[in-house]
Design a binder for this molecule. Structure first.
Ligand SMILES: [Zn+2]
Length: 322
């Protein structure tokens, strides 16, 4: 159920909407602001469902016919404008208004519109919405969604109740990954690398990512015991992986940097290999700041580096000086 996810990932938004639904003091216009992947659109649907649900308990049940039809965009009195790339043209808004000038068709009697990426409203389109925003009708609720509040027409901002969506946290991504049967080391790394849950499973299956973990574990094991050996290993393993070499290097560097952070934060891993590496680092003479700088330099140079192997050679030179 999305309701539970919202409660965990956006507690402030959850509580605000819960209070409004309980007291039936809903705003006629909402503005949801937050980065991509923070559940703004999903929350819009939950709010819309909660206005019409047949079995609601403060929030919608998410199961009844009305809830399901809304989710499938099959509910006549819900209009969702979701234009990812283009500007939102005035025709779309006029069409919305024509439908909303009439009485609601569904038996709940509520009309709801959702405008995703509302910063993409052309001025003309936004102006034609002003009448609705300034003279709202009782049974109509509007939800505007944006990633950049600065791009939204001031009238929309001032007439709406703004709810800020926070970036999802690592713990949530970690748990989500474990639930998808991803091993605990990959889940830990992935949770640091993604900002949306839909990217978690694809990343766990990404061959460059899994190769990056393999090379990192082997390299770090050697590095903490016999550095010379680790450098030969790193050069060879990168040279032997010509396909997606740059991606593998990127993951190798990112994982190494995360490892140093975990070392500094006394992170306790459930994964045996990673946990042993952290213990080994604690025992060794691990010059974390020098090592970290070498990795950061290489990571910064990666985008402009013409040759991946050369970049690895430069990393090794820097590590030799640490
Ligand atoms: Zn329902």
């Amino acid at each position: 159920m999305f309701r539970e996810i919202l409660e965990t990932t956006q507690p402030v938004v959850y509580q605000t909407l819960k209070n409004a639904l309980e007291s039936e003091h809903l705003s006629h216009c909402y503005l949801f602001v937050g980065d991509k992947g923070t559940h703004k659109l999903e929350t819009s649907y939950l709010l819309a469902q909660s206005l019409v649900c047949e079995n609601k308990d403060v929030f919608a049940c998410e199961k009844c016919a009305s809830c399901r039809r809304m989710k499938e965009n099959n509910y006549v009195d819900l209009i969702c404008i979701d234009e990812e790339d283009k500007n939102i043209k005035v025709e779309l808004i006029e069409n919305l208004q024509q439908r909303f000038d009439k009485t609601a068709l569904e038996k709940a009697g509520k009309k709801i519109f959702i405008i995703n990426n509302c910063e993409k409203l052309t001025t003309k389109a936004a102006n034609s919405l002003l009448k609705f925003i300034e003279e709202p009708s009782k049974n109509t609720t509007g939800i505007f969604i944006t990633t950049q509040v600065d791009g939204v027409l001031p009238t929309i901002v001032s007439r709406s109740q703004t709810l800020n969506f926070k970036p999802l946290n690592k713990e949530y991504f970690f748990k989500f990954a474990l639930e998808k049967n991803i091993d605990s080391l990959s889940a830990h790394l992935i949770s640091a690398f993604v900002s949306r849950e839909i990217d978690i499973v694809p990343l766990s299956k990404n061959k460059s990512f899994t190769k990056g973990i393999e090379i990192f574990c082997e390299f770090m094991q050697k590095f903490l015991i016999d550095r010379k050996d680790s450098y030969f290993y790193l050069q060879n393993s990168i040279a032997n992986n010509k396909k997606n070499q740059r991606d593998i290097i990127k993951f190798f560097l990112d994982i190494s940097l995360l490892f140093i952070q975990d070392y500094l934060n006394d992170f306790e891993s459930e994964d045996d290999t990673y946990s042993n590496l952290l213990k080994l680092a604690k025992k060794s003479n691990f010059n974390h700041s020098g090592i970290m700088n070498a990795f950061i330099d290489s990571r910064t140079s990666l985008n402009k580096a013409a040759n991946g192997l050369l970049l690895i050679d430069q990393l090794i030179y820097k590590l030799l000086e640490v």
